[in-house]
Design a protein around this ligand. Structure first.
Ligand code: PGA
Length: 250
């Protein structure tokens, strides 16, 4: 399976800025990707449709940063799966640590979002990861177990394996400039692979596991070669076309 390089733009870029970055990125890459890579860009909701229409035929896929697990109705401020699909996007992020910690989303809610999005035809990158406090208390395994068990509790079946991706993002490495070291990444990805075996069974070798947390052009090529690392989820360093292009080609 191809490696995924994903750009999480968070609360950055209006429509005009998003289109400019996508156009510039495409120009740097000659409108094509390295053979073994897929690129997914997650703009803010308000810039999503402009982003998916930025290029007549571009090499990028698109996703939303969040979703509400209902078809429609009285959910002020929320966005449904069909609205995301209608905007031309195919992917959604669930369980990002900023939503867990700033917006207080718990594992149950992340699980509802994940299963509903998949059932509605969206592909999902579900994020997991421990805080520094949890790591220092030796709780890495327990935290990942609880997050994965609940996030993946009610997956629709059958589910083709390329539609669900896990991102390991240690909370202490996100936006801090502190990357997890190679041993930390290998250990966490091995735990996730093992847990996935129990939760989703036979297709697990095809479930891609991304690393995220202060990935930049300088460390991307080393991280992406580590065992069980099937791609990268990039925040800050994906905002500039030039640095993101270097990560894609790393
Ligand atoms: P960062 O963010 O690359 O800026 O650390 C990663 C993420 O939050 O997905």
């Amino acid at each position: 399976m191809k490696k995924i390089i994903a750009a999480n733009w968070k609360m950055n870029k209006n429509s005009k800025e998003a289109v400019e970055t996508i156009t510039e990125l495409s120009a740097i890459l000659n409108n094509s990707l390295p053979d073994e890579k897929e690129v997914i860009i997650f703009p803010p909701f308000i810039s999503l449709e402009a982003s998916t229409h930025a290029l007549v035929s571009g090499p990028f896929q698109f996703g939303a940063q969040d979703i509400y697990p209902a078809k429609e109705g009285a959910f002020t401020g929320e966005i449904s799966p069909s609205m995301i699909l209608d905007a031309g996007a195919a992917w959604v992020l669930t369980g990002h640590s900023e939503r867990r910690h700033i917006l207080h989303e718990n594992n149950t809610f992340v699980g509802q979002k994940t299963s509903f999005a998949l059932a509605c035809g969206l592909n999902v990158i579900a994020c997991v990861g421990e805080t520094l406090e949890e790591r220092e208390a030796g709780k890495l395994y327990d935290v990942l177990t609880a997050q994965l068990n609940q996030t993946l509790a009610k997956l629709p079946t059958p589910l083709s394996p390329e539609r669900l991706v896990i991102a390991y993002e240690p909370v202490w490495a996100i936006g801090t400039g502190k990357t997890a070291n190679n041993e930390d990444i290998i250990e966490a990805h091995a735990i996730i692979r093992e847990l996935l075996k129990d939760i989703i069974g036979t297709s697990v070798s095809q479930t891609r596991i991304l690393y995220g947390g202060s990935v930049k052009a300088e460390n991307a090529s080393e991280i992406i070669k580590l065992e069980n690392v099937d791609g990268l989820l990039v925040g800050g360093a994906s905002l500039k076309a030039e640095s993101f292009a270097k990560i894609i080609c790393a």
